[in-house]
Design a protein around this ligand. Structure first.
Ligand code: PLP
Length: 445
């Protein structure tokens, strides 16, 4: 089969695909249009990132103004731009942890790589030269660079690349429906997970472990919602060994869960928080690491002995991206986007429950804020394992809805500006897509 003639090497796509890619050409509100003129409700918010929809005029104006004023200046070697400084100030005002400083990068993966380096630098500043290991969860997703990809707990990100690197160690996935959690009370499941974590730390030797990274809700792994008591218990274990806790809020930050940050909502106290996606509502590539005060103080004190923080990117704190992020944050605050999500999320859950609960082929319906999922019974209807998600997703395209598939799960993550009516329409389209998949009208989209 000859590959299709496009010259674009597409991320997360089999290179041998012979079909043309689906090309999106325009967006407005929560709707996008393809090159054939067909419209779709975007139930994926791009990649869980276009939180404010596609035609936010304030974001466009902020970018244009900054392009005219100062399109670029680097933040290297103690010279920076006014707008990068101002964005760091804005973030310090809303940060859900006692703030030290903010480091800027361009993607979620770069933010996580930067957080690892900050953790290593922190331990070196304290004279701990053996602390390089990074703990993360099976099915966690932190990006695909060599370091963030090593922390990601999904096999297809590692295969063929010699990953994960040796110093990246996995802990079990906190999935109540997974092999460790099934049929257990929350209490016993969490005991089990914490027991495993403690044993792993003892076997690896705490003096070799720099940090633990995790998402509050595991998105790309299939929308896995850990039991509420899990992270508070993890934190206690980490604190005992001064293993830094990096909370990856790349997806959850800026309102997706119905709070400004999941950190506050779940009562967590991470040492570092990574942010991307909703930071600029995806209108410009920018990410950030919020460095807590305790870590920052240790770094500031210890660094004269070991030299400058040898890490950064040409586009760290890019002025146009920073100006867009400042405006996105202003909109999220002024329009109380987290409050809107909190008020509207029950409509999403109710509509999904009405449409899917009790269906023979449905294993469960779950969600939090504007992150929701339906998992189908593996093998139901004689389908191969992991086929349900892709099939429902393909049918959804035919019905004018974009959703995401992970194995037998479909994820619905509407833009955070979606109204009750728009949410109900999305769920109606998803229900139709499920019935098309059930009827076996194999989609050709
Ligand atoms: N962290 C989380 C939780 C994510 O979901 C993602 C991307 O989906 C990343 C990190 C990586 O972000 P990026 O694709 O911008 O590198």
């Amino acid at each position: 089969m000859a590959p299709h003639p496009s010259t674009l090497l597409e991320p997360h796509t089999p290179p041998a695909l012979a079909t043309e890619p689906h090309v999106i050409v325009r967006g407005e509100g929560i709707t996008v249009w393809d090159s054939e003129g067909r419209s779709y409700l975007d139930g994926t918010s791009g990649m869980l990132c276009t939180n404010l929809g596609y035609s936010q005029p304030r974001l466009v104006r902020a970018a244009a103004r900054q392009m005219v004023e100062l399109p670029f200046f680097a933040s290297f070697a103690h010279r920076t731009s006014d707008v990068a400084l101002a964005l760091a100030e804005d973030l310090a005002r809303v940060a859900p942890l006692p703030m030290g400083r903010t480091f800027f990068a361009n993607s979620g993966a770069e933010a996580n790589d930067s957080a690892f380096k900050l953790a290593w630098y922190y331990h070196r500043c304290l004279g701990r030269h053996e602390r390089f290991k990074i703990l993360s969860q099976e099915k966690g997703y932190h990006g695909t660079t060599v370091a963030a990809g090593s922390a990601t707990g999904l096999e297809f990100i590692h295969r063929g690349f010699g990953l994960p690197l040796a110093s990246y160690v996995k802990v079990p996935c906190p999935d109540p429906h997974g092999p460790l959690g099934q049929g257990m009370s929350e209490e016993r499941f969490v005991e089990r997970l914490i027991g495993r974590l403690e044993r792993l730390i003892a076997v690896e030797d705490p003096d070799t472990i720099a940090a633990f990274i995790a998402e509050p809700i595991l998105s790309a792994g299939g929308l896995i919602i850990p039991p509420p008591s899990y992270y508070p218990r993890v934190q206690e274990v980490l604190a005992r060994h001064d293993i830094l806790f990096i909370l990856d809020e790349v997806v959850t930050g800026f309102g997706r869960t119905g709070a400004m940050f999941a950190t506050t909502e779940f009562g967590l106290a991470p040492d570092l928080i990574t942010l991307a996606k909703g930071l600029s509502s995806a209108y410009a590539p920018i990410s950030a690491v919020l460095v807590g005060r305790r870590v920052m103080n240790a770094i500031a004190e210890g660094s004269p002995d070991i030299g400058a923080f040898g890490h950064g990117f040409t586009y760290s704190g890019h002025p146009v991206a920073a100006a867009v992020a400042r405006e996105a944050l202003a909109i999220v605050l002024e329009e109380n986007v987290p409050g809107h999500v909190r008020e509207t999320a029950p409509t999403l859950m109710q509509a999904l429950a009405d449409a899917f609960r009790g269906e023979e082929s449905v294993r469960d319906v779950r969600g939090h804020g504007f992150l929701a999922a339906v998992t189908f019974v593996t093998g139901a209807g004689g389908r191969p394992e992991g086929d349900w998600g892709a099939q429902v997703m393909a049918e959804a395209v035919g019905h004018g809805l974009l959703v995401r598939a992970v194995g037998d799960t479909v994820i619905l993550a509407p833009p955070l500006i979606s109204t009750d009516d728009e949410i109900r329409t999305m769920v109606e389209l998803l229900e139709k897509s499920y019935h098309s998949a059930l009827a076996g009208t194999y989609a050709t989209w």
